[in-house]
Structures are given as structure tokens and as C-alpha cells.
Design a protein around this ligand. Sequence first.
Ligand code: 5GP
Ligand code: ZN
Length: 141
Amino acid sequence: MSTDCIFCSIVAGDIPGRIVHEDGEITAFLDANPLAPGHTLVVPDEHTRRLNDLPDDTARELYEAVHALVPAIESAVDADATTVAVNNGEAAGQEVPHVHWHVVPRSADDGGGPIHGAFGDRPDLADDELDGIADRIRDAR
Ligand code: 5GP
Ligand code: ZN
């Protein structure tokens, strides 16, 4: 636990949170400043800054919880869909440095658009650049 982390404090019960799931490894609670009714954050109980730092088993447990919560959240707020996303690192907009999946209920007329809307111009990549990127990702695994 990190003493100055807001999500660690919610997991520990030191500050109030509207908890919707807890199993000793993973906790989910309503976002305090929701983008839509039912906006939920799903976090590992262990303080971990980024997805990259999660142990494999915790990563699996975290996604299992997301997987179970998505239909429950959609049903609870009668949503048509959800945007499920992680701001993974400060440069990607992560403000709270404790891994969290966002599950944001969506409807066709909510004006939110797809995640693609967060980006401006797209890079124009030649085939050989794309081949090189795919090779480097495969090699890095
Ligand atoms: P990030 O930008 O790091 O991906 O998202 C952080 C999220 O945490 C935001 O959606 C914000 O509303 C939420 N948040 C920040 N502080 C608190 C808090 O004290 N309690 C809860 N429940 N959510 C918080
Ligand atoms: Zn934390």
C-alpha cells in the first residue's frame, strides 16, 4: 500500500468509496467524477503504477473482474454499451498512479464518440515501417 495513494486508501477502507466489487485481490468502485452514471474504476488491491508493472496473475484477475463487471454495470444503468479503457502512464493521461480500468457506460446519443476521437492527425506509415514495428513488437515479447 502507498500511504499517499487515493485508490490504496479506498481499497483499505480509510476513505469512503462506493465499492461494487471486492475479492481480496481486486476492488471496483464508482468514479467520484463520473463521465456517465455507472462509471466504475477497477483496480488491483496492490499498489501498482502501470499495467506494465502488474504480475501476470494479477493482470488476469484484474481483467476477469472487468469481464464480470461490464455486463453488470450495463444492466444496472441500462446502458447500450461501454467504453473500457486504461490511461496507462502519465503521457497517456493517467492522473492517479495506481492501475485502473475505466468502465464507462455509453449510449449511441451520449456525444462521447469512440476512443479514436482522443487523437488528432493519424501517422501516415509506409508498409516497411509497419512491418518493422510489427517485427519489433514480436521480438520484444
Ligand atoms: P485517470 O485520469 O488517472 O485515468 O483517472 C482517474 C480517475 O479517478 C478519474 O476519472 C477521477 O474522476 C477518479 N478519481 C479521482 N479521485 C478519486 C477519488 O477520490 N475517488 C474516486 N472514487 N474516484 C476518484
Ligand atoms: Zn495505490
